[in-house]
Each structure stands twice: as C-alpha cells, then as structure tokens.
Write a protein that binds this ligand. Structure first.
Ligand code: NAD
Length: 478
C-alpha cells in the first residue's frame, strides 16, 4: 500500500512514477494561511535531483510520444477521473495552503482545472498532426522534455494548464511546483500514478526558484520551458533560456482594467469589478484591479463598490460561509499592506479598508478589502501588480481616454468592457491591449486561448492553442 500522502509530502519528490528520497536535505516549511502555523515541510530538490527527474522524463519520452493521440487522450481522461475522485481533498488542501474560501476552492481551484483537462483531451482528439503543404508532408511533433514552473495562487490550475497540454502533445514533464503552496502538486502526482500515466511522463519537485527552478531552466536535456509567475522571474527565466536558445512560454503578471462606458449599467459593472478584483483575495493574475468609470459618476461607483466590499467579511477559508479568505503568505501580507500605505502616501483616498488587520483577524495573513478613490492613473498603486484585495477607482473622459488609461501600464493580460451597446463594447474590447477581455461580464473560458501580451508574457494555454505550444512542425519533402 502506498504511504500516506502527508508522509510523502514531508521529504520526497515524485520521479519515474514513484515517490523517492531526494539528495536535498533542506526543508521548506509550508504555512497555513489562516493561522500562520506550519502545515507541513517539503524537501528542496537540488540540481542533482533535478537531473534525475529530467533523465526520467527523457527515458519516458520515446514510448509516450509514439502513442497515438487517441490513447494519450484516453490517459488524460483517466487522469481527470482520478483527480475528480479526490476533488474534496484537493479543495481542502488548497484552502489551507493558499487561503481560498472552500466554496471557491471547489468551484474554481478544482473545477477549472478539471474543465481544462477535459477540454485538452477533447481538443487532442479533434486535432490533426499531419498536413500536406506543397510537396511536403508537414508533421507536428512533440518538442520533447518540458520544464514547467508554477506559482502558488492557483496551484492545481497552473500545473494542469501546463502538464495536460504537454502530455497531450506527446511530451514528458518535470514540474517545479511553487515552494509556497507545494502540497497540491504531490496529491496531483499521486493521481497521475493512480490513473496509470506511464512512469516518468510527469515528475514533480519542489524548491526555491533560484536553486531548483534555475537548475531545471538550464538543464541540457530540457527542450522547452513553460512558466507562470511574476514578470520579474519570467524575465530572468527568458534571459537564461535565451542564452540557450530554448523556447519558453511565459504567463506573467497583470494590472487589468474594467472599462465602464457612459451608457453602461454602472451598478452591475461596479459589483462585478469588486467580486472579480477580490476573488482569491486579489491573488489572481487576471484580477481587474482598476475600475475606470465616467468621471461624472465616480461617487456612484464608489458607493456601489464599497457596499459590495462590505459583504466580503474576511473569514476562515474552511468555513462554508466565507467569501474572502486570508492571503497566502506572510511576505504577501507585508507586500499588500505596503502598497496600501503607499497609496495613502501617494494621495489616493481610502473609500474602504486600510492597512490594519481586519477586526478579530490578527492571526494568519488577513487583510481588509480595500478600495481607493482619487487615484491618478500614474500612481504606483495604479501601475504595479499588488496581488491583494485592493481596487483602484479611476475617472475617465470617454472611450478613447479610458483606453489610454487601460493600455497605460506595461502589462496586457486581461480586461473588461461594459456598455449597453454590445457592438460598441466589442469595438472598445478590440482596442484593449490584452490577451483576454470580458465583454459585459462574459464568463472566463477554460477552452479558448489564454495568455498575455507585452510584459504579461507570450504564448497561450488551454485547448488546442495550449497543445500547440508543445508541438513543433517538421517538413518532410516528398
Ligand atoms: P514567482 O515569480 O515569485 O514564482 C513563480 C514560480 O517561479 C515559483 O515556482 C518560483 O519558485 C519560481 N521561480 C522564481 N524565480 C525563479 C528563477 N529565477 N528561476 C526559475 N524559477 C523561478 O511568482 P509567485 O509569487 O509564485 O506568483 C505570483 C505571480 O504569478 C504574480 O505576478 C501573478 O500575476 C503571476 N501569475 C500569472 C498567471 C498567468 O497566467 N499570467 C497566473 C497566475 C499567476
């Protein structure tokens, strides 16, 4: 019988289809978001552990990549079932290590990755891997061994969004999961084994970026990198990969805006903006953290937003009634409080919230849902990604001005446009420099391509676009 996952989490990596002892001796504590207490310890993988994992992935590559796509799709469907069978365990683990309210963990943290996996398997069965171009047979071939590096905010989704399309394409993977929320990745490794994914197709390690991450990025046998995380780390990884001429997909940060046009239903748009910006306590890369409203209606927007935020009382993530949990870590808490203080120093006005802990929530990583008014688009709080429940409300003087503000940061991940005229909303959405735009509250898709432009990164995830990131065309001249 397999050892309990808690034991495995304590000191192991997942290499070649089994949990193994690592050479690494360094232990990294994992903290419970709601209390700040140590939840578990994981072992940091050394460069030689990374080497072992990459070699396991390389050994598994010939057999896996030679399997017909339909067989790979069937394996992904079995994996889907195995994850679904442990959905509640995933949700609870994520709520504890990330702080996501349990209801949102079930629906978003676990529901979305399941949907991504199902769409990936579907896309794989409908794709063609050869085509005739002129005198050539063009074959789409797997790029090889993939190094995947993921953040802590959606620890199952970010992993599945890389590993599923890579496996679909016929690649094998070494995952370096986030050291802040690594427990989910170990449960995932167990499900991969239980679903019968061949040993070595998925290997899982944990460690800090500078040590374990960079060892993976620069390993000579890695053919492709897929990274989700901060723009800072993405830049470093792209530099290292660039010197090795190694392809990279980068899913980075954002400072996305909701554009409320002058004919929109402002109350609906403002409510949506608050729920979106504060989802997962604002620790969402696509969070719409700037609400741009017609200047004459700023006060109205502030009132609706404050009333909506008042309903989001910070609480224990494992309580069914909670809709706003703590942040994921102490450093995240300090960072978000620092930005709130900076906003006040910069001259923005607190509509609600502030840097002090919420009443009765001094333990754990809780922060008050915070809304700023009188925000100038050039202020630091309106330019930089805060990654906490902090919303900036900014006035605009018409569609062109709103677009200028929305496009006026270095990022380009997401956006939203609200108008009673769908065609007008669409025309403005087309002018937003972003990879994904919600039009009048259109729902997030786990099937259509997802990714950013400018400093939000390059490459796409989900569905056939996600699989395409791990394929390379070969022209066979006939
Ligand atoms: P981070 O960049 O600090 O870390 C992400 C991962 O990269 C971790 O596994 C970390 O260990 C690793 N890492 C860090 N430095 C590295 C290096 N030099 N070499 C190799 N690996 C390295 O980000 P985070 O704090 O974990 O996550 C938050 C960030 O992720 C935010 O900026 C957020 O916007 C972004 N994010 C983006 C998306 C997206 O799809 N665009 C999704 C979620 C989160």
């Amino acid at each position: 019988m397999a050892a309990r996952v808690e034991d495995q989490r304590a000191r192991r990596g997942y290499i070649g289809g089994e949990f193994v002892e690592l050479e690494g001796q360094e232990r990294i504590p994992v903290f419970e978001a709601s209390s700040g207490e140590v939840l578990a310890e994981v072992t940091e993988a050394t460069p030689s552990d990374v080497d072992r994992a990459v070699r396991a992935a390389q050994r598994a590559l010939p057999e896996w990549s030679a399997r017909p796509p339909a067989e790979r799709a069937a394996a992904l469907s079995s994996w889907h079932q195995a994850i679904e069978g442990r959905a509640e365990e995933f949700a609870t683990s994520i709520s504890r290590e990330v702080g996501t309210p349990i209801r949102h963990s079930r629906s978003i943290q676990v529901g979305n990755p399941l949907a991504i996996l199902a769409h990936t398997a579907d896309a794989l069965t409908s794709m063609t891997f050869t085509e005739q171009v002129g005198n050539c047979l063009v074959a789409l071939e797997p790029v090889g061994v993939v190094g995947a590096i993921t953040p802590w905010n959606y620890p199952l989704q970010q992993v599945v969004a890389k590993v599923a399309p890579a496996l679909a394409a016929g690649c094998t993977v070494v995952l370096k999961a986030s050291e802040v929320a690594p427990l989910t990745a170990f449960i995932l490794a167990e499900t991969a084994g239980a679903a019968g994914l061949p040993p070595g197709t998925l290997n899982v390690l944990v460690g800090r970026g500078e040590l374990t991450g960079e060892a993976l990025v620069t390993h000579p046998l890695v053919d492709k990198l897929s990274f989700t995380g901060s723009t800072r780390a993405g830049r470093r990884i792209a530099e290292l990969a660039g010197s090795l001429v190694r392809p990279v997909t980068l899913e980075l940060g954002g400072k996305s805006a909701s554009l409320v046009l002058d004919d929109a239903d402002l109350a609906t748009a403002a409510k949506f903006a608050v729920y979106n910006a504060f989802l997962n306590s604002g620790q969402t890369c696509t969070a719409l953290t700037r609400l741009l409203v017609p200047r004459a209606r700023i006060r109205e927007a502030e009132e609706v937003a404050a009333a909506t935020a008042a309903k989001l009382v910070p609480g224990d993530p494992l309580d069914e009634a909670t809709r706003l949990g703590p942040l994921a870590s102490e450093s995240q808490l300090e960072r978000v409080r620092g930005y709130i203080r900076l906003g006040i120093e910069e001259g923005a006005r607190l509509v609600c919230g502030g840097a002090a802990p919420p009443a009765g929530r001094e333990r754990g990583y809780y922060v008050q849902p915070t809304i700023f008014g009188d925000v100038d688009p050039g202020m630091t709080i309106a330019q930089e990604e805060i990654f906490g429940p902090v919303l900036c409300i900014i006035g605009h003087d018409g569609d062109d001005h709103a677009l200028e503000i929305a496009n006026g940061t270095p990022y380009g991940l997401a956006g939203a446009v609200w108008s009673s005229d769908q065609q007008r909303a669409l025309a403005v959405a087309r002018r937003l420099r972003a990879g994904t735009v919600e039009v009048n509250g259109g729902a997030f898709s786990t099937e259509a391509p997802f990714g950013g432009v400018r400093q939000s990164g390059y490459g796409r995830e989900f569905g056939r676009y996600g699989i395409a990131e791990f394929l390379t065309p070969k022209s066979l001249q006939l």
